[in-house]
Design a protein around this ligand. Structure first.
Ligand code: NI
Ligand code: MN
Length: 237
């Protein structure tokens, strides 16, 4: 099996990831790039981003979605109210969806799932209601299933995500303060039982104190916690 046949997941720091499927779809989730202190400076995005998935309206997740969508002609996929918000900011192609629903994006299906977190978008006119916070389960045709939890506390219905979608890879926030910390993320891992945990939302700022090594000590046997750095690529999945 060569890398060409597998999905590549590149961590762009914080909760921003680039997913590239074997068939060539390029998907960004929560593209907080310019203002992101942990964005790898020399990393160049592919020349064409197809889709941008947003978990919620906070600035460290919407990030550069609007300018990127405009320059790449990318489609922004988000909860209905947030999709409407970015459309009003001039994004031409949007897909508004809601919790529990699935949309087909090239060779990928994206299901919007629960998250326990607040959500609003701030701009020069103040705070705007942009729906609730969500996560995504990304299922790649002939490939793997990836759960990106967005910003969230641990919640019991993560067991439903396991029952319904059986994600092999879980991108989980571990930083604490604004999301779950390591103790809670370890319980989330027990509820989801992925093969691999890719930790995120830590280290960007000093208050996001969780670490992959710390989480690795707490997860059930058989679950691999990847100790990665922004710019690292996880593949072979
Ligand atoms: Ni948030
Ligand atoms: Mn956040």
């Amino acid at each position: 099996m060569t890398a060409k046949n597998s999905t590549r997941i590149t961590w762009l720091g914080h909760s921003a990831v680039l997913i590239q499927t074997a068939k060539g779809a390029n998907i960004l989730i929560d593209p907080y790039l310019k203002g992101n202190p942990s964005y790898p400076k020399d990393l160049e995005l592919p020349s064409k981003i197809d889709y941008i998935l947003l978990t919620h309206g906070h600035g460290d997740h919407v990030g550069d979605a609007v300018p990127l969508a405009k320059s790449h002609g990318a489609t922004v996929v988000a909860i209905f109210e947030l999709a409407d918000y970015v459309a009003k900011k001039g994004v031409e192609h949007t897909v508004g969806m809601n919790l529990g629903g699935t949309v087909q994006l090239k060779d990928v299906s994206a299901t919007m799932v629960d998250a326990k977190h607040s959500a609003a978008a701030a701009d020069e006119d103040g705070m705007h209601y942009v729906g609730v916070a969500a996560g995504f389960v990304v299922t790649i045709e002939g490939g793997t299933t990836i759960y990106h939890a967005g910003d969230t506390a641990v919640f019991g219905d993560m067991a439903l995500i396991r029952e319904l979608y059986e994600p092999k890879i879980a991108l989980l926030p571990i930083g604490d303060h604004f999301t779950m910390g390591m103790k809670e993320a370890a319980l989330a891992t027990k509820l989801i039982m992925p093969e691999v945990v890719l930790p995120m939302h830590f280290g960007t700022f000093p208050i996001l104190t969780g670490t992959p090594e710390g989480l690795a000590k707490l997860v059930p046997p058989g679950v691999k916690v990847v100790d990665w750095k922004p710019g690292d690529v996880f593949e072979g999945c």
